[in-house]
Design a protein around this ligand. Structure first.
Ligand code: SAH
Length: 268
């Protein structure tokens, strides 16, 4: 073998070995990348109203125009939040396509998410502004709490049915509502440690106004509450605390809510 040929063979061997090493390195790099990606995707997926593809934008706008503005809701802040909160994220998957009809929908355990117009009306009647403190009795899906949170309020919400409370808490956390605080309890007694409140909204109907709620209201504050017989129609009231011992009630009309229960939910 000539000296030139030997040099050529050695050179090509070096090239092959070096090439192989580079190939291996790049493969290893790819593998590292994949492990990084899979580590990321193992983290719980965040469903936020802003990143989720908004399949329902048109339906929601329609709901706001025909079900809320056309029915007389005129607070610009309330109309804006009804446009922003994605109601379909608060209902079971099988009802998502109905989420922007102006109707209540089942959320399990015999409970319902309220009709969007009623949510807007009750929110408007609270007469609250950003930064104030609101108590909600009957978290249900968490939709009303999200609407209040979007208004910039500090929201304390109580749900008596434990699995609903857990689901709503997780949902509100995933959606990033940091100023909404939850408790699984009987809301009849309010949330004395956080009282007094600028406003209280009750989204299940008792047959009388719970006295603890009136006591936990600031002077000048408002309770919006349906009151009436179980299973029938109730009257929606706005009660203003005018002074320490003076309240004024105004009827907002007939409504139909699930009852305010005292025992939660028993598995049948
Ligand atoms: N605001 C809810 C809808 C409420 S449905 C939403 O936006 O989805 C009424 C809710 O009140 C139900 O989830 C029911 O379990 C709850 N509830 C009934 N009695 C209660 C009580 N004593 N304390 C707290 N929650 C109660």
């Amino acid at each position: 073998m000539s000296k030139r040929l030997a040099v050529l063979i050695v050179l090509s061997l070096i090239i092959v070995i070096a090439g192989g090493a580079i190939f291996l390195r790049s493969r290893q790099h790819v593998v590292e990348d994949i492990s990084e990606v899979s580590q990321e995707t193992e983290e719980p997926q965040k469903v936020t109203a802003t990143v989720e593809p908004d399949l329902y934008a048109e339906a929601r706008e329609q709901m706001v125009e025909t079900g809320i503005i056309a029915y007389g809701i005129d607070s610009p802040e309330v109309i804006a939040v009804m446009r922003r909160v994605h109601r379909h994220l608060f209902v079971p998957e099988e009802y998502q396509r109905l989420a922007y009809e102006n109707n209540p929908l089942p959320i399990g355990y015999g409970q319902t998410i309220s009709q969007p117009y009623i949510v807007a009306l009750m929110t408007q009647e609270l007469g609250v502004k950003a930064g104030e403190k609101v108590l909600e009795i009957g978290t249900g899906s968490g939709y009303q709490a999200a609407v209040l949170g979007e208004l910039g309020l500090e929201v304390f919400t109580i749900e008596i049915i434990e699995p609903l409370a857990n689901e709503a808490e997780q949902r509100l956390e995933e959606l990033g509502y940091e100023s909404v605080y939850m408790r699984n309890a009987d809301g009849y007694f309010g949330w004395p440690e956080e009282a007094p409140f600028d406003a209280i909204i009750v989204t299940a109907a008792p047959d009388h106004v719970p006295p603890p709620l009136l006591q936990q209201l600031k002077v000048g504050g408002v309770v919006v509450i349906p009151v009436g017989p179980v299973g029938g129609f109730q009257e929606l009231w706005r009660i203003t605390r005018l002074a320490q011992d003076e309240y004024q009630s105004v009827s907002l009309g007939g409504v139909r809510f699930v009852p305010l229960t005292r025992a939660g939910y028993d598995d049948p």
